[in-house]
Design a protein around this ligand. Sequence first.
Ligand SMILES: C[S@@+](CC[C@H](N)C(=O)[O-])C[C@H]1O[C@@H](n2cnc3c(N)ncnc32)[C@H](O)[C@@H]1O
Length: 287
Amino acid sequence: MTRSVESGATGGADTTSYDQAIRAHYDSVAGKAGLSPQSTMEDERLRALETEAIHGFVEAAARALLARTPPLEGVRLVDVGCGNGYTLSTLAEKRGLSQLVGIEQNDSQRMLASQRPGVEIRAGDVRQPRFYDDLADIVVCQRVLINLLDLRDQQAALANIIDIVRPGGYLIFIECFELALANLNAARQEFGFSLIPPAEHNLYLPDDFFETKRLLPLREPFWEITPQHFSTHYFTSRVLHDIALNACGAEFRRNSHFVRFMSQALPSGIGDYAPLKVMAFRKSEGT
Ligand SMILES: C[S@@+](CC[C@H](N)C(=O)[O-])C[C@H]1O[C@@H](n2cnc3c(N)ncnc32)[C@H](O)[C@@H]1O
């Protein structure tokens, strides 16, 4: 596979082929869900797990940045593909962050995000080099690269995102990957359940997608959350829940008591059943 995470990369695809579909999808989501946290994420427990992981990451990153010599005057966080601005709004009171910026391509989502206090929302397309004309200390990218329906665009976007981060800055990505979806479906097949495909407006990433010298994976003690952090929740909500429903012939219900209870009662991150992974990095110096 050709890698293109060098600086200033542009996508190789005819982007117009999928732009319309993605725009229509997020226009419709904006109309239906407005400012709700469930906009773009109907699974309440998963949204809470994502938010918790991002908060832990941002706190650790801000602490590390502010402890540097010479100290930074403030920490600028950029949420790329910020949607309706929900995640940014939850970070607005975080200590140590001096500026919260959201970049969003979709007009309807951007208008929603702009209503949030304490955040600055700008138009931008992550496929374009320098889509943000400043430098970020921390970047959050939550289910955005999977909306680029061509691998070359995804690679170009990753390079562009790395470019807008100060060397030594921090990045967290929450994105979907191919192999864990296969594991989840294998578990479902043991019980004769149908295969879960990626949503039609998503292209899952190959598992080596983030392998580049420009990004240093973060590990303990700085960061204790593994990429498989959501695995237990996926197994609970997409395998155990179906077994329980089948056993008593009950109708599917999202955000059920069963799922909420089991997902909290069991240890997180067991196995590799969550296509949605948490990837945390520091940007290499000098790249
Ligand atoms: C799944 S939603 C996630 C929104 C937000 N990060 C969240 O977690 O609530 C993906 C967002 O990425 C935006 N997006 C898609 N393609 C983009 C692009 N090329 N540049 C910037 N944003 C994009 C979409 O408009 C949408 O708001």
